[in-house]
Write a protein that binds this ligand. Structure first.
Ligand SMILES: *Cc1c(COP(=O)(O)O)cnc(C)c1O
Length: 460
């Protein structure tokens, strides 16, 4: 049977999927028996599988979709670009649409960021930021060559390439590679869901602020940069930082001349209620990484934005060797740039941030129904990023055993009810598109609560 036949049965596709496709972040031995939906089409905020079943996209196709699927203006922009050129290189050459996008993005990101370096995923945007920060100290007017490590936040996630993994600290994902990683300094994640013995919520958070001060002070001579997910640590389970933390880190970085690298890959493009999370604490990062939502969730594209000060350290005669020798082949792909430009225009024209704020309010109200549920340890939310942590015992915050895969079971139950979500361990994550209408937000909340009930009622 040939893959090029015009129609291939759903059964055949499933067999080929199981025979040939290795899925990311997926336990394959379980996956092959799960009959996960095979998506073939989309319509607005719904995904449609090969059997014609419709599912509401409750995680924005992994945190990237912004305006829904098959948005006429974005489709048209990509089609128009197809009629011109699909790809040309950015290495020593430019493209019309990439220049327009750089201008549009620099106009809306924090004012001190004037330069935009393209790449194609969140991980590469972070790699670029790390290498830029490191090289900047080697080449700036008064070089500081001892700045050869990075400070990051406990439980951070910055992507899956080895540099990004080095500044990450999610044990389950990262421990296998520990011998391959460069050493970093991690400050404790300022989260009080569970606090160590001897602390209460407030004293633990105070400790985290103070410990960051200590570690930055002790390590500033060797710190090439401080990498942070502003306001929300997404992959760690939608951990929401207390107000003032980002500003605190900004102040420390300023005091010790450490470039602040804001990884806005997840939080950027409206998810926390503002276009970029840094705006909420009036923080100006020295480097900023964007990806996921940049194209409205259409195509792989990313960018690292930098200040003039960092950029200037890379100038000099071409033979001086100060050039940034880094680039990915599809960097600044015109189709991706065209989608991104159309997405940014829709952002401006549709008052999307108003919709985000109305959605966030409705979600808070609806998920309030879980507030006293014995198996809901915590409902965390910032804007339209939501994590519902399921536990065996709410009082003791005792987790379910990992083997039960409770979070995964909720995902499967939600699919049966027509909703696509994906958990992080036993944290049920909801990440609706910023443009999702309130009626669908309501449906997403109702279905999620019902799916949680389906699963926990079977466990006791
Ligand atoms: C998803 C994510 C990344 C990685 O992005 P990819 O496009 O998957 O490489 C990096 N940082 C944060 C904060 C993320 O959420």
């Amino acid at each position: 049977m040939s893959a090029f036949k015009s129609t291939v049965s759903a059964k055949q596709l499933r067999d080929w999927d199981n025979a040939h496709v290795w899925h990311p972040f997926t336990a394959m031995s379980a996956y092959v028996d799960e009959h996960a939906p095979i998506i073939a089409d989309a319509d607005g905020f719904d995904l449609i599988d090969v059997d014609g079943r419709k599912y509401l996209d409750g995680i924005s196709s992994l945190w990237c979709n912004v305006h829904g699927h098959r948005v006429p203006e974005i489709d048209d922009a990509v089609r128009a670009q197809l009629d011109r050129v699909s790809h040309s290189t950015m290495l020593g050459l430019s493209s019309e649409v990439s220049i327009r996008l750089a201008k549009a993005l620099v106009d809306i990101t924090p004012g001190n960021l004037t330069k935009m370096f393209f790449s194609d995923s969140g991980a590469t945007a972070v790699e670029v930021a790390l290498k830029l920060a490191y090289q900047y100290h080697q080449q700036k007017a008064a070089p500081e060559t001892a700045r050869n490590t990075f400070i990051s936040v406990g439980n951070a996630y910055h992507g899956d390439t080895l540099g990004s993994v080095s500044v990450g600290s999610m044990d389950v994902f990262h421990r296998t590679y520990s011998n391959l990683l460069f050493p970093t300094v991690a400050v404790p994640s300022p989260i009080a869901t569970r606090v160590p013995d001897g602390y209460d919520r407030d004293s633990w958070l105070r400790f985290c602020f103070d410990r960051a001060t200590e570690l930055v002070t002790e390590n500033h001579h060797r710190a090439a940069g401080f990498v942070i997910e502003p306001l929300v640590q997404g992959a760690a389970g939608i951990l929401v930082h207390p107000p003032g933390y980002l500003k605190h880190i900004r102040q420390l970085c300023t005091e010790f001349n450490i470039p602040l690298i804001a990884d806005e890959v997840a939080v950027g493009f409206g998810r926390t209620g503002t276009m970029f999370a840094c705006e909420q604490e009036s923080v100006l990062p020295d480097l900023m990484c964007v990806a996921k939502g940049i194209t409205g969730g259409y195509l792989p594209l990313a960018a690292t934005l930098a200040t003039n000060e960092i950029y200037e350290a890379f100038l000099g005669t071409p033979d001086a060797g100060r050039t940034f020798y880094h680039g990915h082949t599809y960097t600044g792909n015109p189709l991706g740039c065209a989608a991104a430009l159309a997405s940014l225009q829709r952002f401006q024209e549709n008052d999307l941030l108003d919709n985000v704020s109305a959605s966030a309010e409705l979600i808070t109200e609806q998920l309030g129904r879980l507030a006293n549920h014995p198996n809901v340890g915590e409902v965390r939310q910032k804007g339209i990023m939501i994590g519902i942590e399921l536990v065996r015992d709410r009082q003791a915050m005792e987790p379910f055993g990992a083997a039960l895969r409770v979070g995964h079971q909720v995902t499967v139950a939600a699919r049966r009810r027509g909703l696509i979500i994906r958990p992080l361990g036993d944290v049920v994550v909801l990440m609706p598109a910023p443009a999702m209408p309130l009626s669908l937000i309501q449906k997403m909340c109702d279905t999620t609560i019902a799916a949680v009930e389906d699963v926990v009622s079977q466990l006791e």
